[in-house]
Design a protein around this ligand. Sequence first.
Ligand code: NAD
Length: 478
Amino acid sequence: MTTLEAPDVKPQTRLAEVLTLQRTAFLRDGPPDLDERREDLKRLIAAIGEKADAIASAISADFGSRSSHETIVADVWPVVAGARNTVKQLRGWMKPRSVGVGIELLPGRGRILYQPLGVVGIISPWNYPFQLAVAPLVAALAAGNRVMLKPSELTPRTSEFLSEFLAKLFPEEKVATVLGGADVGAAFSSLPFDHLLYTGSTEIGRRVMRAAAENLTPVTLELGGKSPCIIAADANLAAACRSVAFGKLLNAGQTCIAPDYALVPKQMLADFVGGLEAAIRALYPTLRDNPDYTSIINARHYARIARLVDEARARGVRIVEINPGGEQLAPDARKFAPTLVIEPPADLAVMREEIFGPVLPILSYNTLDDAIAFVNARPRPLALYYFGVGTTDRDRVLARTTSGGAAVNETLLHVAAENLPFGGVGASGMGAYHGEAGFRTFSHAKSVFLQNRINATGLLHPPYGRAADFMRKFLLGR
Ligand code: NAD
């Protein structure tokens, strides 16, 4: 573990020391073989299984209240499932690939070797503080790298836990955890890593990429944004409402791929609002002491979400607050009642900023093309959800909008399908991981040309004469 909060330790110096330690070990030992990588992952899987309850307790303490079931389903299970899948498929992913070199270069051969990049930096956020730190770690280790991890300061217990947990499993020269706040994050992102994966807000993502550019360090940016949910006229409304309510309220909306707002055909608006209300009541009959309903991470974020709703209310927008038990919700417990914001004007903050809380703006549209145009007039989202039965409209929406990922007649679950690459596009990020995509992200695909003992490339060499003229005819056909 590496703690940089002691006043006498200069973050940059200590961080650079850890990077040197890992890079030296990487160059000394070379790429780990398949067995070593698998053993590392299996040890990690077993340790996570043993510590699942401790993980849930740490995260719940950080949030004030976080459903332990949600921690298991959304923080722990995806990592274990991803690591298991990786153990199973790693041999195939690591295999060099043979490729054709074109008739002109025969009998030479082409091969692509997948090499570890070296030392990978990972910066992770608070909202799924275990998954978003450890899932990239799994991919980076599978690809044979060393890893420096900088988890979020907003979940201090989980970050401490991670630091101790990983230190027991791996030597510092393989995996090192660095604790600290934004200043340490800034110093961390300016290190000359071989690759840097950042998960967090788009705003900080810009700074991370700027810092990485100084070293020409390639980045994967897993950012946020406003993920739309389009309800088509032929959607099964009750099923759509259940799925949107679940996707919006898991972790109290503090999910990067939560549906941010919904677009509904004008004639279905009232039914959708009623259906959502019913679905939310069924999921959360009470809020205040309900362990299933998670708190907002801190007072600042609670105030930010309240401000979004207050601004809409002050502008005369219809607000539907769903508090089935009619309970008093003390702000210091930070349980924010699910809230629907009906037809807010586009200039309100609730329609400009990523909400990241249990608040759902609902807008109506006249034609599906209007809904598509609405989405396309905004930055490219991380996810898009489409609810509808027919395939023509579905395919039109999928083809005419660009989002990191999409799910049809469901929310969130594309992130859990290990073989689907997960990542954003445009303002929602760049690059991807999960499954094979993660292995490729953290590998260098090295192109190798293998020359045959007998070959004709001498014909390409000077002095150029009749043989070269013949080669010209062969290469260009004239
Ligand atoms: P956060 O505040 O915890 O920040 C993320 C990390 O960045 C932390 O480790 C923090 O210390 C570090 N950091 C802060 N300032 C930095 C700087 N100047 N340089 C380098 N690092 C710095 O988390 P957040 O940003 O509030 O996270 C929420 C955002 O993350 C939302 O926008 C959400 O959509 C997005 N998100 C995206 C994904 C995804 O997979 N695409 C997943 C989860 C969250």
